[in-house]
Design a binder for this molecule. Sequence first.
Ligand SMILES: *Cc1c(COP(=O)(O)O)cnc(C)c1O
Length: 398
Amino acid sequence: MPKLNENYQNLKESYLFSEIAHRVAAYTKANPGKKVIRLGIGDVTLPLTPLAVRGLHAGVDAMADSATFKGYGPEQGYGFLRSAIHDYYARNGVQIDADDIFISDGAKSDTGNISELFAADNTILIPDPVYPVYVDSNLMNGKKITYLSGNADNQFLPMPDKQIHADIIYLCSPNNPTGAVYNRAQLTEWVGYALENQAVILFDSAYEAFITDPALPRSIYAIEGARRCAIEFCSLSKTAGFTGTRCGYTIVPRELVFTASDGREMSLHAMWNRRQSTKFNGTSFIIQKGAEAVFSPEGMAQCQENIRYYQENAKMIAETLNRKNIRFFGGIHSPYIWFECPDHMESWEFFDYLLTNAQVVGTPGAGFGKNGANYFRLTAFGSHENTKEAMERFERLF
Ligand SMILES: *Cc1c(COP(=O)(O)O)cnc(C)c1O
């Protein structure tokens, strides 16, 4: 009989989205005439941009011709895409080395897999509330987590506690689920803390393209010293609507070298390269051709049009909450609006209340950690029409 990885017993049942689906199905069945509007999804709805589609077509055509056909590609990704990402960062004023970029099938895999590079006995800081992948991937490997409290007092932007030593720090900015964004001074403090502790920041910038204020950093590498202490994860999922197409990337600077217990130097870049070339055979060439088109100046301008569409939804939601004096976070540099449930309701209680009285579906904050127990997430990924109607119903309700 195999001995199993019993760390899986430490995982909480991941019932958030299945429970939502279950409650919505039960309501719809009992109330067949009512139109339910879903503002709970963390998934894009607009189609791919014309240039991304053109890139994908070019990839397919190349595969149809023996002169340009591609078999296995480099595990790290094709040079054309790595250099397109390098150029995109450079246009945003951030210098990274194209050879430090690893192309993948998305940020979920990479943020989950990265924990393989670290031993079990690190002090790992993870914010609460949080994208559940960071928590579960560490629990699966038997690791202990120290939670960083995100709350209304710190605007859901926890800062380092200088009294506590950390080895690994997860940060996500703009944040899912709260929509909160760290400014330059705050990230500078995190980088300073990481350097002092010889810690590594695992920085998830999946929503960087939603930042509109040029003063806000869109990459951890906009902060001096970050190349010596940070790995960055990003994805085309929210930037370019690639949630179903699948492409992401991880930047592991060569400067990230630490001393092993036997005194030898170990490079995280070399370790990630070894991990990826052992367990991953690269992202599809066709998808990488689509991704290359996304990172051209014109390709990104088309993505920004879609993002603006979502931002208009976020604005509608934010304006409604403002009129109702409901305290919220996010919604400006993020597709997420995170608000306090009215009347001190618990988040699942509020979910039922909103579904029953307004036929609007959102996401209970409890699904993102204990600090989300009295919060609720709405997303801007719906259509203008549905978002407007949902907000009209909301307005009548409170
Ligand atoms: C959506 C999302 C991602 C992207 O995941 P993919 O696997 O690239 O689709 C990464 N991090 C966070 C916090 C997200 O919400």
